[in-house]
Design a protein around this ligand. Sequence first.
Ligand SMILES: [Fe+2]
Ligand SMILES: [Fe+2]
Length: 292
Amino acid sequence: MDQEEEKYAKLEKIVEMVNKSEISSVQNVVSGITKIINDPESSAKDLKEIIQIDPPLTGKLLKLANSVYYSPRNKISEIQQAIIWVGYDALKELALSQKVCEVFAGDSDIEGYSPNLLWKHSVAVALLGKMIYRREFGRKGENIYVAGLMHDIGIIALDQFCQDDFRVILTKTKTGKKNQTKMEKEVLGFDHTDVGRAMTDSWNLPRELVEVIGHHHNPDNIARDFVRPGLTLYVADYVCQQKRLGYGDAPVRDRELFKNCLKRLELSSFALDLIAEDVERELLKMEEQGLF
Ligand SMILES: [Fe+2]
Ligand SMILES: [Fe+2]
């Protein structure tokens, strides 16, 4: 078996373990909601149906809709009411984040990494990406929001299914002051972007999502159709790590590549700073309200 074949065999094994585990339970909700996002004909009824198939998610969303954060006038006891009170778009996001959040479980605490801190980072990247799309591109940014939530999901698989190697990787990253992704390649022969791509690919998620997750450390190589979300995800990931929002897998990143992404997106660093400040405020608010 040559190196490439060995790499794919190992990735396949990880995906197999992922798909036998709790992690794969996000598949239905994520693929259902991404379908809604990308189908202009879809409606609140479709969203209601997807959520209701998942009773624990329904329970969580109703609890949140009744929380002080949304302060409803009357008790919300049905998803339909939650869609009206919280808002269709906001409930889509909330359902996605509550579902994807379930994957970021476990009590690993290694060299500054924990699933919870990685989740905080993922939410920050999702919010930042979405705000860039809304304010700078005049788009809803729902796909980039999902990509932000899930871009580092490969790290969760490494944490759960390659535990010993993962510990070695994080320790060596810390002591050798090396980039985590490079260390993953050294130890495993692939990195968490490969794992994330293989996982989302096996779940038949939209191509855009699979590609931007698979290229979130090297957006230069992304297919032409996905350049904008690919570059935006890189920028959002870079800024969240620079601001130390949650766990960052590569605190030392490529500043030249970052500047180049800004240039290609025609994004000013001034506009980006303002957006990042709003994201920090929003995260603080969410934390105070116990939203994650
Ligand atoms: Fe990453
Ligand atoms: Fe990241």
